[in-house]
Design a protein around this ligand. Structure first.
Ligand code: CUA
Length: 331
């Protein structure tokens, strides 16, 4: 069932009401000042029009300063207030609650590829449970797209080379429009989809339904296939930082700076390893630019995140089997 397109979309997320109120306040302010300004222009044009050819204008006396300060300061306060309110909502939309479920979104000419926290994937559809905090981390494989769910009052750009985060909490079950809101090529208008909000138990059932076979290898498989494990290994012959437990931690870099090992940093280290080398290591890692799709990079990031702080937990056992010869040859 395709939802219809009303002029004003229905609200279906926890902050859609506040966004709507803000919108109406902006609209009200704009309408008020438009009417006030053009109304006064008309009134004064009639009232103070030149009645005789000999009329000469007179400079206003007395309360001019009071009037000028009032019509400057009052709108300033009103507009600043509205701007700060808008900023508050904007920041709130970009700051997910700590326990939000994390979904990855990859934009591509011309489709949305979505991965659920459990690894399930969909294209141009996003199924979510009602009443839960949903965090979307999005990027793009080619050009800038924009992920727009009008009913949730959210729109965030998917930008190549970077992860943009936003979140929502769907308040009502139903099916809602999903649009690309950034002109991205000939089929931009067809880069659409739908968001299905389900009751939490229905969502669980849906998740356990027919599994879509992942087209991409898992992060663990990639970690072995790309031979990451020959250098990132938890023993004395490691030539690269041990990745166990590194996610979200601060790491010291060559040159004395530190950085938090987040999605962004891991992505950069895969594609441009020389950019921020961890202190104590040589910049010997080759780049994997052009060898991994955005989805594969996301798999690797998720894999690194899953590596527990324990010394050898999580490192693929197949690592030493598949690459033992090369690993042993260069201790
Ligand atoms: Cu993607 Cu427009």
């Amino acid at each position: 069932m395709t939802p219809n397109t009303p002029i004003f979309p229905q609200g279906a997320s926890t902050y859609s009401t506040e966004v709507d109120i803000l919108f109406y306040v902006y609209l009200g302010l704009a309408a008020f000042f438009t009417v006030a300004i053009f109304g006064l222009v008309t009134v004064f044009a009639v009232k103070y029009r030149r009645k005789k050819a000999t009329d000469v204008g007179v400079e206003p006396q007395g309360h001019a300063t009071v009037i000028e300060v009032t019509w400057t300061v009052l709108p300033l306060i009103l507009m600043l207030g509205a701007a700060i309110w808008g900023l508050k909502i904007y920041v709130q939309q970009l700051t997910p609650p700590p326990n939000a479920k994390e979904y990855y979104v990859v934009g591509k000419q011309w489709m949305w590829k979505i991965e659920h926290p459990d690894g399930r994937r969909e294209i141009n559809e996003l199924h979510v449970p009602k009443g839960e905090d949903i965090k979307l981390k999005m990027t793009s494989e080619d050009v800038i797209h924009s992920f727009f769910i009008p009913a949730f009052r959210i729109k965030v750009d998917a930008v190549p080379g970077r992860y943009n985060t936003m979140w929502f909490n769907a308040a009502k079950t139903g099916t809602y429009h999903l649009f690309c809101a950034e002109y991205c090529g000939v089929d931009h208008a067809r880069m659409i989809g739908r968001v299905v909000v389900m009751e939490p138990h229905e969502y669980q059932e849906w998740l356990s339904g027919t599994k879509v076979r992942a087209a991409t290898a898992t992060g663990e498989e990639l970690f072995v296939a790309k031979a990451c494990n020959t250098c990132h290994r938890p023993d004395s012959s490691a030539r690269a930082p041990i990745l166990n437990g590194i996610f979200g931690k601060e790491v010291a870099l060559l040159g004395g700076k530190t950085i938090v090992a987040d999605d962004e940093y891991i992505r950069e280290s895969i594609l441009n390893p020389g950019a921020k080398v961890v202190s104590g290591y040589q910049p010997i890692m080759p780049t994997f630019k052009g060898q991994l799709s955005e989805e594969e990079i996301i798999q690797l990031i998720k894999y690194v995140r899953s590596l527990s702080p324990g010394a050898d937990k999580g490192v693929p056992k197949t690592a030493s089997l598949a690459f033992s010869s090369s690993a042993e040859a260069h201790p």
